[in-house]
Design a protein around this ligand. Structure first.
Ligand SMILES: [Zn+2]
Length: 1068
């Protein structure tokens, strides 16, 4: 039925009518005569003075507001340029408001061509400003909705950042930022804001959108006719009639089956990307304060912010703002979301890192805001571990949201709503906003697209609609909320209702029985170069994860049962800070390597600080542990990590093992002469989770090395490898089993491994992010024909034999390698250093094996993942570069080859070939990414039996975690060896032994099942345990676990299903 009273246009010519509406509210065309011309009927220029804050990026952090306003401000004016990039400029703004403006809404308008923060004269952050070439702009601040005429002179301060909301560039968005950019101040004024004109503008805008998007529908015509008649009314001076017509239109609601858009305000703030951590701190203040402004005006408006780190920055740098936000949190309108410390990379962090992201994130929200988030919110990351559902359930969550899978390059993901099942069988409800964005503007096109694009039509009646400027922060604007108001229930357009994530998921849960199940990883078919770019970020992440793990274990042993004085309290503070640095660096543009060059020196420093803190805790704990063993009660032990020598005749060496397997490893020790550079090898035996005074053991399997026809044979009875003069592996077998040679085919064809491969690597656009499929067509093997330094013998002892060789790579890069086999070791290790100078080349390592298999198995967070090596489907084909952690494996049913590594994550398993990606050389957004020296190690381990009957998992831990050698002075510890924990039974990995986060002195044990089957084990603790309860990842106590007391400790049974993650809380 037509709207009675709406006058259709005189002519049946929508082709003219529709542009007429657009022109009437257009900000570029006909501006002098159209409606927009009336929006700011009166203005007055600000009186401006300026002070340039000395220094560039981050310099602002050293200054307080009260110091800044005491500086010498000098006059300046609109039209002036300010810079260079990353500099900070302060402006004192004095506005004089004419009395004639009484009764009007008054605004301050600012455009510095950049981002800026508005401060009150008493130092409160009021709002952010943004100008980014017309996109993502926010240039108005409401001084008063109704000027009472009393306060005629107002003073504000503006803090201008010399960068834009999406960073600063002269060309493409991701080009490295220029250092000399300037920004022009184009507006600084007070203005009267005509609220009637504004309402009519938004009315006409939404009606025009409806008429455009529903052009052939009755509803579209009715919107068009309404808008046309409104224009006629406005021209005739009948604004009220125009306004009433619009209200009448928007009052016609949808039918009962209309799709619901759960409109949730948000501002995706990358914690660093095309800007640094420091700029993000200011982005948080700008974004959050702007949202508080909007909340005052719009009571229905709800805003969510993720990443506890950003809230913590707000609290630290802007405490007054933080307090105002807390009020809105208590009203349920400004909500923390996601529960993690940052929105992390979804591929590379370890399982334990994932758990800590929640433990610290939820911990902050709970302590500061009294809120525990009910969902995992990770809209923007580059792939999703298959263990995320298991980790989520472990930390008490079952709701997941992301949108990045919409970026997949080849295959369209078949669902927006589904039950996601992880490798351990955990199920969570997953939702992808079908609009494929977290930066909606609340327009009709987006609303209709969200419904049209939904892949679960008829199954899901609600979809998330995340609106607000994002990536560089910003968030919703008044225009967005005004449009959302009109579309709240407008016939023909999905209902756009402001809501909370909790309400969204509650609605979806009611329909979950209609959703499909997706099992395993959410592989993003793009951005697979992020497993490799910025190699140091990956190496330091792995190193820090292990250093923290080891420190926490020994701290628990040193402090269990109240021992160690204040060691626990002191160390918890250090570990907390260290974990927060590691977790921050796991942000989804830092660890993946997709940020600008400026980010990485700081990230590197944070990693080094975290590792140093872990070392400090380790040392203090070791001193406490060993001191306890002395009869005198004094601390007699001088401990050090990684340095072997102490003067003093009676010094003795200790070896520490922080893994659950007893170890027999070849280690490097100082000679008796005491020159720290003069090293010998010793084979030492150390019990599980303990230490032993080092005594050289005789090798059961000594190494032999022989040269035959220019090739070198390394053998120790466990593994036999033949290395060609070119550094290639030409034969590899378990023991002397020559029938099962990894590189010999059944028909006698010899294949090779340790092939150094170079590829051309020019992605379509996302340079640091992507490795495209066509790179595989450009393979060159560097060590196929000749090498600059052929293989020679470096050392030849019964405990270790080492070969060395080198080659030039590409235009001017070079690679040096030491290939070692140690006594009693089942793998051959390759210690590699590369000087890397290439441009858009990819360096890989290849193993062309003779193994016949259809899948490869990759280490992943708390488990493993099998992926096909065959290319039957487009889904298989798109997985040409995948993420794996400490090992990857190609196996036939009862033997195979595993490759271990200490810092790499990019793999490819195709047919019988396994490759490990070593280095990438992108030029954007960091023009110098990965240029220079690199060192890393990998190992090859052939094994008899299936992968999970072998000890590949154990060896991958050992390869990443060498025995720690320490020096004890003057007295020998008693007993001479110690084992605090043991895991009796295969498959169960006791990954984590950590102090409870609450400082109670309890110890948390986290175990997981590593073989993909049911595994039982006895956990034995040689500690004075009083109680054991099961707990979750948040360390909330659960059901009591029965344990058996034994001499000096306890043991209890752990029964796990495939890839199960469980935790236990031990009290003393
Ligand atoms: Zn992002």
């Amino acid at each position: 039925m037509a709207d009675p009273g709406v006058q259709a246009p005189l002519h049946k010519n929508a082709k003219a009518t529709r542009p007429r509406i657009d022109n009437f509210i257009n900000s570029k065309r006909f501006k002098e005569v159209n409606l927009l011309n009336l929006l700011y009927p009166a203005t007055t220029s600000a009186d401006l003075t300026h002070w340039a804050l000395p220094g560039g990026n981050g310099a602002w952090e050293k200054w307080t507001f009260s110091e800044i306003i005491k500086q010498q401000f000098t006059p300046t004016k609109v039209g002036t340029n300010f810079g260079p990039t990353w500099a900070t400029h302060w402006f004192k703004v004095v506005l004089t408001l004419p009395e004639a403006w009484k009764g009007k809404q008054i605004r301050f308008r600012w455009d510095s061509g950049s981002e800026a923060t508005l401060w009150s004269s008493d130092g409160r952050v009021l709002q952010g400003f943004s100008s980014a070439n017309g996109d993502q702009f926010r240039t108005d601040y409401v001084i008063t909705p109704n000027f009472d005429g009393s306060e005629e002179t107002l003073t504000y301060y503006v803090e201008m950042a010399s960068s834009r909301i999406l960073g600063t560039t002269n060309g493409d968005e991701i080009d490295p930022p220029p250092t000399d950019k300037t920004f022009t101040l184009t507006r600084a004024e007070a203005a009267v804001f005509d609220t009637t004109v504004y309402k009519l503008t938004r009315d006409l805008e939404v009606l025009h959108q409806l008429s455009t998007e529903l052009a052939s529908d009755t509803i579209g015509y009715m919107a068009l006719f309404t808008a046309n008649q409104m224009v006629n009314h406005i021209i005739a001076g009948k604004e009220k009639e125009a306004s009433d017509l619009a209200d009448l239109y928007f009052s016609k609601s949808n039918g009962a089956r209309a799709h619901n858009l759960a409109a949730i305000g948000n501002c995706h703030i990358d914690s660093a990307w095309l800007w640094t951590y420091s700029e993000t701190k200011r982005k948080v203040a700008r974004s959050f304060s702007s949202q508080l402004q909007l909340m005052d005006k719009y009571p229905e408006f709800i805003f969510v912010a993720s990443q506890a780190q950003q809230w913590a920055w707000c609290k630290e740098f802007y405490p007054e703002l933080f307090d105002r936000i807390k009020e809105r949190v208590s009203q349920g309108r400004f909500l923390p979301v996601g529960g993690t410390w940052v929105e992390m990379d979804g591929n590379i962090p370890s399982g334990e890192s994932f758990v800590r992201q929640f433990l610290h994130g939820q911990g902050f929200f709970e302590k500061e805001l009294g809120v525990r988030c009910r969902e995992f919110w990770l809209p923007d990351t580059f792939g999703y571990s298959p263990q995320i559902p298991g980790i989520m359930r472990h930390v008490g969550l079952n709701r997941f949201l992301t949108q990045k899978m919409s970026w997949s390059f080849v295959n369209k993901f078949p669902h927006h709503n589904f039950t996601w099942e992880g490798i351990d069988g955990s199920k969570v409800l997953a939702h992808f906003p079908p609009g494929d964005s977290y930066s909606m503007n609340c327009n009709v096109k987006e609303a209709l697209h969200t419904e049209a694009n939904l892949r679960d039509k008829g199954r899901a009646s609600t979809s998330a609609f995340l609106f607000g400027y994002g990536d560089g922060g910003g968030g919703p604007t008044e225009d967005m909320i005004e449009r959302a108001r009109r579309l709240a229930d407008a016939d023909g357009c999905p209902r756009m209702q402001m809501t909370t994530p909790d309400a969204l998921f509650s609605a979806l849960e009611k329909e979950q029985h209609n959703f499909a199940v997706w099992r395993g990883e959410l592989y993003l078919e793009l951005h697979n170069g992020t497993y490799t770019s910025q190699a140091a970020m990956k190496r330091l992440c792995r190193e820090a994860e292990f250093a923290l793990r080891d420190a926490e274990f020994l701290l628990c042993m040193a402090s269990a049962g109240g021992k160690g004085g204040d060691l626990l309290i002191r160390s918890l503070v250090e570990l907390d800070a260290a974990w927060k640095k590691v977790m921050l660096n796991q942000f989804h543009d830092v660890l993946p390597g997709s940020g600008i060059e400026m980010i990485y020196p700081e990230a590197t420093k944070l990693y080094h600080e975290a590792i140093a803190a872990a070392d400090t805790v380790w040392k203090s704990s070791a001193i406490t542990v060993l001191g306890d063993k002395s009869t005198s009660g004094r601390s007699l032990w001088d401990a050090s990590i990684g340095s072997f020598f102490r003067s003093g005749d009676a010094s003795q060496l200790l070896a520490f093992n922080t893994l659950q397997w007893p170890r027999r490893d070849v280690v490097t020790v100082p000679t008796s002469e005491g020159d720290p550079k003069d090293l010998n090898y010793a084979l030492v035996a150390v019990p599980a989770f303990g230490f032993a005074v080092m005594e050289a053991a005789a090798p059961t399997n000594p190494v032999t090395l022989s040269e035959v026809n220019g090739s070198y044979i390394l053998s120790n009875g466990l593994v036999r490898a033949v290395i060609s003069s070119l550094g290639q592996l030409t034969s590899l077998a378990v023991g002397e089993d020559v029938d099962r040679d990894v590189f010999m085919t059944s028909d006698g064809q010899q294949l090779t491994g340790n092939r150094i491969l170079l590829y051309d690597d020019q992605p379509l656009y996302w340079d640091a992010w992507d490795v495209m499929d066509y790179h595989l067509e450009t393979e060159t093997c560097i060590n196929d024909a000749t090498v600059s330094t052929p293989v020679s013998i470096k050392e030849h002892t019964a405990l270790r034999c080492t070969l060395s060789w080198g080659c030039s790579v590409g235009r001017s890069s070079s690679l040096l390698q030491e290939i070692s086999l140690s006594a009693d070791s089942p793998y051959v290790a390759f210690k590699t250093s590369v000087n890397w100078t290439e441009n858009r080349k990819l360096l890989k390592l290849g193993f062309n094996t003779s193994l016949k298999t259809t899948f490869a198995t990759y280490d992943t967070q708390f488990g493993s993942l099998a992926r096909p090596t065959v290319v039957n489907t487009s889904w298989d084909s798109a997985r040409y570069e995948v993420c794996g952690h400490k090992y990857a494996d190609l196996s036939e049913s009862d033997w195979g080859l595993a490759v271990l590594n200490d810092s790499k994550y990019g793999w490819s398993g195709r047919d019988s070939t396994l490759t490990l990606t070593l280095l990438k050389s992108p030029k954007a957004p960091d023009a110098n990414c990965d240029m220079g020296e690199h060192s890393f190690a990998y190992a090859v381990m052939p094994h008899a039996g299936p992968l999970f009957s072998s000890d590949v998992v154990q060896r991958s831990y050992e390869f990443n975690n060498p025995l720690k050698i320490m020096t004890a002075n003057n007295v020998a510890p008693s007993p001479a060896s110690m084992s605090w924990c043991a895991v009796v039974g295969a498959g169960v990995v006791l990954h984590t032994v950590k102090p409870a986060q609450d400082g109670s002195g309890d110890v948390i044990l986290r175990v997981y099942e590593s073989r993909g089957t049911r595994s039982n084990a006895q956990l034995q603790l040689m500690l004075p345990v009083k109680g054991v309860v099961e707990c979750n990842g948040m360390e909330d106590p659960g059901k009591v676990v029965d344990f058996v007391a034994k001499v000096g400790g306890v043991s209890f049974l752990v029964k796990l299903t495939a890839y199960d993650i469980r935790a236990f809380r031990i009290s003393f």
